[in-house]
Design a protein around this ligand. Structure first.
Ligand code: HEC
Length: 498
């Protein structure tokens, strides 16, 4: 016992926690918070606890995760099936992320309805909005790291939204993807964002948030008879604290209990439902994937899908920006006056309308077959003009062309994807051998089809490609090197609306 005491004293005489941390833990809070009403105050701590859980499980996952296009999928499978408790870590990371988003929303709603963002806590709220943006950023980048088919196309949809930013769009896409298309370099960027940049920013903003919470004190439960008057508030609040109680243990134990329950629920969900995905590996040649984002982004996704295509850009870019702007402005617009929800009908209406909209849109996003308009994945038949003069072998090739969805990336007669060159007259540009090579080996941004087609299919397909030239023009006899298709790639990223 004496030795223990000595060890503690040794540290204490150096760290001096007794007069730094201890006063923080014992800082006074309004007495009312230590009554049953105190349970309203646990949501922030819960959000933070889930973040800590994310960091811990995330570090463990990063030990085995491989942020490369070739390795990502296999490393997730390894975590799921081979690494001891790998599956549990992946599942906990997923459910804890969801829990973090849920608690964040609950916390913000509670703070909003209880008017806790009003003077002098405006900045605390704004830092909180920053935390929300960073959390959603983490959620999105994390989802891409799963790098299965859905994640691949999901990122594609998001990136093509980014590509619509006026003027800066293409450069932004290049910055995010690390190139012209989604691949290994994209994954490195998302990995860096997900494990270094965003968490570091989040910790920084969180520190400011917590500093403000401790410095300006937590708000007392709202009282309809005591509206916030900035000139008087500080004095009233310090009078309230004179008969206040220390944070530890009065509020601390509630936080502890709530967080423990939260963690248990996450572990329970993880054990029962297991890890999410990965679905089929990311493969640009498969479009059966549903480019549906994880649930937090479903409302926005549905909105883009429901709205007429002409409004997509506005909605995908404008709405999030508007939402964040409004949230930031809230304490500036309504920074004083009534705090009690019973006297703020407009605030209650806002919350109700927001939640109804988000749920309805989320539901549509979950169930609807729509995806934002992407003419690129064209199931459209090959133009009659072309098919009409084909030989039987070339017709077979046309069928292969159709079934392998080459038009997701290649247009015919100007209709179809823009990721690869228009193939309407490819027969005049490339000779037979060059086309076989292109189809079998892919390259320059095109997937390899060697494994996916048999010899007969390749023969037919290439015969069809050779036939793609204006009537009367002989087939090309150029060596492959002479064709420079790259310059024709119109848009970076994923197929976009023309
Ligand atoms: C994921 C998008 C994508 C898909 C799917 C795709 N391609 Fe390509 N393709 C490209 C890109 C990008 C290029 C340009 C390659 C380069 O820059 O070297 C290309 C080039 C070509 C070329 C050479 C064109 C030229 O003018 O040089 C041919 C021929 C071709 N693809 C045929 C096909 C066929 C046939 C299919 C279906 C089996 C197909 N592609 C599927 C992206 C795609």
């Amino acid at each position: 016992m004496n030795t223990l005491r000595k060890i503690v004293d040794w540290f204490e005489s150096r760290l001096q926690l007794r007069d730094s941390l201890w006063p923080v833990m014992r800082h006074p809070i309004p007495a009312e918070v230590s009554t049953r009403k105190g349970w309203w105050y646990v949501f922030g701590s819960m959000t933070m606890t889930f973040f800590v859980l994310q960091v811990v499980t995330g570090i463990c996952l990063a030990l085995d995760y491989e942020p490369t296009a070739e390795g990502a999928y296999a490393s997730l499978e390894y975590l799921n099936y081979e690494a001891p408790v790998g599956w549990l870590l992946r599942a906990m990371h997923y459910y804890s992320a969801s829990a973090m988003v849920v608690m964040l929303v609950v916390h913000m709603t509670q703070v909003f309805l209880m008017g806790a963002f009003k003077y002098p806590r405006e900045l605390t709220w704004m830092a909180g909005v920053g935390l929300m943006v960073l959390t959603l950023g983490l959620a999105f980048t994390g989802q891409v790291l799963r790098f299965d088919g859905d994640a691949y196309w999901g990122a594609g949809v998001a990136v093509s939204a980014l590509g619509r930013v006026p003027a800066a769009g293409p450069s932004l896409v290049h910055l995010v993807l690390g190139g012209e298309y989604i691949g290994g370099h994209t994954l490195s960027r998302f990995f860096a964002l997900h494990v270094f940049v965003l968490p570091a920013l989040l910790v920084a903003v969180l520190s400011l948030h917590l500093y403000l919470v401790v410095k300006r004190g937590i708000s007392e439960p709202p009282d309809p008879n005591r509206p916030v008057v900035p000139e008087r508030y500080d004095e009233e609040y310090s009078r309230l604290l004179e008969c206040g109680v220390p944070f530890f243990p009065h509020a601390f134990y509630r936080d502890g209990v709530a967080c423990a329950i939260g963690v248990l629920i996450v572990v329970g969900l993880a054990v029962v439902f297991g890890p999410k995905g990965p679905m089929a590996p990311a493969d640009p040649t498969l479009i059966q994937a549903e480019p549906r984002p994880d649930w937090y982004f479903l409302p926005l996704f549905a909105l883009a899908a429901l709205a007429p295509p002409s409004m997509e850009t506005l909605l995908l870019l404008g709405l999030p920006a508007l939402g964040i702007g409004v949230l930031l402005a809230v304490p500036l617009i309504a920074g004083k006056g009534q705090r009690s929800a019973t006297r703020r009908p407009f605030a209650v209406v806002c919350v109700t309308v927001s939640f109804v909209c988000l749920s309805v849109l989320g539901w549509y996003g979950k169930t609807s077959p729509w995806s934002p308009q992407m003419d690129a994945w064209s199931g459209e038949p090959i133009p009659r003009r072309i098919v009409a003069r084909l030989s039987p072998l070339e017709l077979q090739g046309a069928v292969v062309f159709q079934h392998k969805c080459c038009r997701n990336c290649h247009a015919l007669d100007g209709r179809g994807g823009k990721r690869g060159p228009d193939l309407t007259s490819v027969g005049t540009r490339l000779n037979y051998d060059a086309m076989v090579r292109q189809v079998v080996q892919g390259g320059g941004n095109m997937p390899t089809y060697g494994q996916k087609l048999n010899r007969a299919e390749i023969d037919a397909l290439v015969a069809f490609l050779v036939a793609l030239r204006p009537e009367g023009v002989p087939p090309a006899n150029l060596p492959a090197a002479a064709s420079s298709a790259n310059s024709e790639i119109a848009q970076p990223g994923i197929p976009q609306s023309p």
